[in-house]
Write a protein that binds this ligand. Structure first.
Ligand SMILES: [Zn+2]
Length: 464
């Protein structure tokens, strides 16, 4: 049963692969030299593309990338959230030490900013410094970066002006690249942050993509329709804006991200965070320096054990060394909003996950959308779910000749059982493999079969 990635209805047929390419599709007759695989009515789809991934962390030591291939993911796009510099060396390493999946990358604004401003980054950059960043970005773009990524909620990106970001995005656009952004706020200043990325798309006539689209605070819940209207209005006005999104209400980041002004000792701000962004019962520590005993505990539980009120506890923890960098999982979204946003025709599926992360998204995102969202909740047909992981993803980040089952396209393929596909990763056991993915090919080579890696590493560096 072929779902070719375009969203067109499934059809029964055959697909021929020769070398690393798809060469034929339809009702084919086997030749003497063909090796025939009977898929027994399973679905054959293009391999899935994770447009916002952190699975490059530890990938050199874990080249099988079971978190990815067990879900049918065949390409990851890294260099996200403003991180990622020296793509020349990065791609050379992917060439010389290939892994199971293909790897594409953006160039990170935060990394460029750190390279130029060093430790003195808590300020706007001068014109000369922006020029230095531009020069570095040109090198990254020539190395094959897809475009510029920003992480404007994080240090050092948060201290940049809109003009600085615009000036750098312009370079990426002039060189044929695009702009992708963890926008400046996913909560308090969400609408203004959205306006910033729309303005960049409008001013520079380049494709812009919102990373891991969210309405990330209690006060914003229920506004998904309004967000979709805003995005559609921008598109109607000619702005090529798209988004990626993962299917979980919890995000994972650091504690400091709750405070855009980094005013960690402000009690009113701390009260505001817990009342309007995420309650103390929904903030879970996964790493705290000097306090391994906090791992797995909520802020409410830690507050109880310390005998202080939650807001006081939050400030006390932030005052400790490395406190603002403590790893947390926090509920930011409402399920109904995710369901509305993921149905937006220009939203593709991503994971934002890691190989060894504490968030189940790293092992579960794609299987969860195929199983829970498409099959069980019927948010959209399975063909549309596949489109949101393949051709739409390729188009949203600018990958060529991948994401469709078409003659001439690379043979990145996922064979799965639509009745069985399901995510099993949980917050307690985030590394449980998904079910229902039968066989996965990358560039014509089988990388996953029998619920295990074949230990083949045919993945390539995908330069722009
Ligand atoms: Zn991000």
């Amino acid at each position: 049963m072929i779902m070719d990635g375009s969203g067109a209805p499934r059809f029964t047929g055959d697909v021929r692969i020769a070398g690393d390419r798809i060469t034929d599709i339809g009702q084919l007759r086997a030749t003497a030299s063909d090796r025939v695989i009977d898929a027994n009515g399973r679905v054959l789809a293009p391999g899935f593309i994770d447009t916002h991934s952190h699975h490059d962390r530890g990938l050199t030591n874990d080249p099988d990338a079971i978190a990815l291939i067990s879900q049918g993911v065949t390409t990851i796009v890294v260099g996200q959230d403003g991180g990622g510099v020296n793509r020349t060396a990065f791609f050379a390493r992917v060439d010389s030490q290939p892994v199971a999946v293909n790897v594409a990358s953006y160039a990170g604004h935060g990394s460029l900013r750190r390279a130029v401003l060093g430790a003195d980054f808590k300020r706007q950059a001068t014109a000369a410094e922006v020029d230095s960043m531009k020069a570095l970005l040109r090198v990254e773009m020539r190395a094959g970066a897809l475009g510029l990524s920003t992480g404007l909620e994080y240090d050092p990106g948060i201290y940049s002006s809109r003009d600085e970001v615009l000036a750098l995005a312009r370079i990426a656009g002039e060189m044929g690249g695009r702009y992708i952004s963890h926008i400046r706020s996913e909560d308090r200043y969400f609408w203004s942050a959205l306006d910033e990325i729309i303005s960049i798309g409008r001013a520079l006539h380049m494709p812009v993509q919102v990373s891991h689209l969210k309405l990330g605070m209690i006060d914003l819940w229920g506004h998904a329709d309004s967000l979709v209207r805003t995005l559609n209005r921008a598109r109607t006005e000619g702005v090529n804006i798209t988004a990626d999104i993962y299917p979980y209400t919890y995000w994972q980041s650091n504690l400091g991200v709750f405070y855009p002004k980094r005013n960690f000792a402000d009690s009113a701000e701390s009260e505001f965070v817990l009342a309007h962004l995420t309650p103390a019962t929904e903030i879970i520590f996964n790493q705290f320096p000097d306090h391994p005993d906090y791992t797995g505990k909520t802020l409410a539980q830690v507050a109880q054990s310390r005998g202080t009120l939650p807001a006081r506890t939050l400030m006390d923890l932030l005052a400790m060394p490395g406190g603002d960098d403590a790893g947390i999982l926090a509920k930011g979204m409402d399920d109904a909003d995710i369901e509305t946003l993921i149905r937006w025709p220009f939203a593709n599926v991503c994971s934002d996950g890691e190989l060894a992360g504490r968030h189940p998204r790293g092992f579960g995102s794609f299987a969860k959308v195929l199983g829970e969202y498409a099959r069980d909740k019927t948010l959209f047909p399975l063909e549309e779910a596949v489109r949101k992981m393949t051709s739409l993803s390729a188009s949203n980040v600018g990958l060529k000749n991948r994401g469709l089952i078409r003659p001439g396209y690379y043979a990145d393929l996922a064979l799965f059982d639509p009745a069985a596909v399901a995510d099993r990763a949980t917050f307690e056991q985030p590394h449980q493999q998904a079910l229902g993915i039968h066989t996965v090919w990358v560039n014509g080579t089988v990388v996953f079969q029998g619920a295990t890696a074949t230990v083949e590493h045919p993945g390539r560096a995908l330069r722009r």
